[in-house]
Design a protein around this ligand. Structure first.
Ligand code: UDX
Ligand code: UDX
Ligand code: ADP
Length: 469
């Protein structure tokens, strides 16, 4: 019998669960979607009447929430009820890298996933389709199935892998017009029926040709691989950026020239101070861990180099600042433009800004940050998470500027860490007038108009361009 999904529960109201479910609710008015989370504050924020206070900032998201919330999209802390009612349960909880024990710093910590499985098993009274949405190490589905089948109460659970490929900052567009939707499932009849039920949901707005169905392992591995490839492109162009700086080539010109080769493609070739975000590092570490545990050391080393180089790029950028400022930043104010890991998001997880700040703080710099979407509390949280120094030292060393002009006032140098569009259009003359001289700018994203800035009097250093312009 074909299955029709009428009621969806999503466990985890984060950067993936929130936008994904909002778009499903928007495109499928006949499906009731309930997003649940353990974190009551997060649910309260999603329910906030003031749409500027949603916990996730994404262009276009507030409008979709306004249209769907309390119509067929609900945010709740009543996890059990939502599970009991649902035909399909999406698991979108976070899967951080383990910070303890075996696989520490590499393997994914699956305890949140396991908790979800146990909760589903406990509550379910009817058959469920359980969908892995979070990126998980290959073969998690097997573990999920094991738990569900051995602790369940006779209900049938069919597990699907439906990895999410949205990028933050463009989540709504990516969800509305995905390059592809990937659904992995078992070959059995139950598996096929479940796959078809989920295909029917997506085909409400995604052309069928873009909906791929595979076996469950291919689906799980594809997600890790896609992120590993993307990150590898960034490390590749970043490796060239240093070569460009030393030779007189311009990395943006090189990127354009190689990107016009249709076999290479033009996207994802922006040299930067380093990639960040919750996925790239975690997913590659995961891939490396899986390869190592299978004894595939060459495979592991190949992918690990992508991360090693990214760490190097962040350090190199920090060292360049120090070297240029006459080998010391001690007691000097450095202004950061940007703290988020990319533009158009309030997410800061693994942002290069955190690591650059940490490095400069160890050299006794004072940092003032301006980011259009990031709070002081978040910045302190990110720094404290590294455990490099006591929290009071982070508070002393880093503060938030109320606006960009105040952040840059009396700074010895400005470092651009995020590519927010608004940075380009600031009144740079005004910024220059209030800075220490020489006024240095380190553009870690290659977005500023260096010619105009140099005419004002700035001394500019752009990642991937040779010499000080
Ligand atoms: C290459 C570049 O493609 C070309 O632009 C440049 O001018 C010269 O070098 P070529 O070496 O002639 O051209 O062939 P190419 O098609 O690039 O293949 C190179 C090798 O890679 C071959 O051994 C090919 O079998 C292998 N390859 C290519 C793969 O193993 N997998 C692929 O997906 C593509
Ligand atoms: C990524 C994948 O793109 C997405 O498909 C997956 O679902 C989750 O992981 P995300 O991390 O949100 O998405 O953003 P992405 O646009 O991929 O950027 C990741 C990092 O790479 C950012 O720090 C970004 O600034 C950096 N980056 C990206 C570059 O430095 N240069 C580029 O050319 C592209
Ligand atoms: P992602 O980027 O993968 O969406 P987030 O950290 O933004 O990650 O969101 C994951 C959410 O999942 C968090 O809000 C967290 O509170 C929630 N969560 C984690 N474990 C559980 C659980 N067992 N039950 C319900 N919610 C959970």
């Amino acid at each position: 019998v074909p299955i029709k999904i009428k009621n969806i529960c999503c466990i985890g109201a984060g950067y993936v669960g929130g936008p994904t479910m909002a778009v499903i609710a928007n495109q499928c008015p006949d499906i009731k979607v309930t997003i649940v989370d353990l974190n009551a504050q997060r649910i309260a924020d999603w329910n906030d009447a003031d749409l500027t206070r949603l916990p996730v900032f994404e262009p276009g998201l507030a409008e979709i929430i306004a249209a769907t919330r309390n119509r067929n999209l609900f945010f709740s802390t009543d996890i059990e009820q939502a599970i009991a009612e649902a035909d399909a349960i999406f698991i979108s909880v976070n899967t951080p890298t383990k910070t303890y024990g075996s696989g520490k710093g590499m393997a994914a910590d699956l305890k949140f996933i396991e908790l979800c499985a146990r909760q589903i098993a406990k509550v379910a009274k009817t058959d469920k389709i359980v969908v892995e949405k979070s990126t998980l190490p290959v073969r998690t589905a097997e573990a999920l199935k094991d738990i569900l089948e051995h602790t369940g109460n006779g209900c049938k659970f069919t597990i699907l892998s439906n990895p999410e490929f949205l990028a933050e900052g463009t989540a709504v567009q990516d969800l509305l017009f995905p390059d592809r939707v990937l659904i992995g499932g078992e070959e059995s009849l139950a598996g096929k029926n479940a796959i078809q039920a989920l295909v029917d949901v997506y085909s409400k707005w995604v052309p069928e040709a873009k909906i791929l169905t595979t076996n469950i392992w291919s689906s799980e591995l594809s997600k890790l691989s896609a992120n590993a490839f993307l990150a590898q492109r960034v490390s590749s162009i970043n490796a060239l950026s240093e070569l460009c700086e030393e030779t007189g080539a311009d990395v943006q010109e090189v990127a354009k020239a190689i990107g016009m080769d249709s076999r290479i493609g033009s996207k994802f070739l922006k040299a930067s101070v380093g990639f960040g975000g919750s996925c790239f590092k975690k997913d590659i570490l995961n891939l490396v861990y899986i390869a190592k545990s299978l004894g595939l050391n060459e495979v592991a080393d190949y992918w690990e180099q992508v991360i090693i180089f990214n760490n190097y790029q962040m350090k190199r950028f920090s060292e360049k600042i120090i070297k240029t400022l006459y080998n010391t930043v001690s007691g000097k104010k450095i202004a950061f433009l940007g703290w988020a890991f990319k533009k158009d998001t309030n997410d800061t997880r693994e942002s290069a800004a955190i690591y650059v700040a940490d490095y400069l703080l160890s050299e006794q710099a004072t940092i003032t940050v301006y980011d259009p979407k990031v709070s002081e509390k978040q910045i302190q949280y990110d720094l404290n998470y590294l455990e490099s120094r006591p929290a009071v030292a982070n508070i002393r060393g880093v503060s938030l500027g109320l606006d960009p002009y105040e952040a840059c006032k009396e700074a010895h140098a400005i470092a651009v860490l995020t590519e927010w569009d608004e940075f380009v259009d600031y009144d740079w003359q005004r910024i220059y007038d209030n800075m220490m001289k020489p006024a240095f700018v380190f553009d870690g994203r290659g977005i500023l108009d260096v010619k105009a800035l140099s005419e004002i009097g700035f001394v500019c250093s752009v990642l991937g361009k040779s010499t000080m312009v």
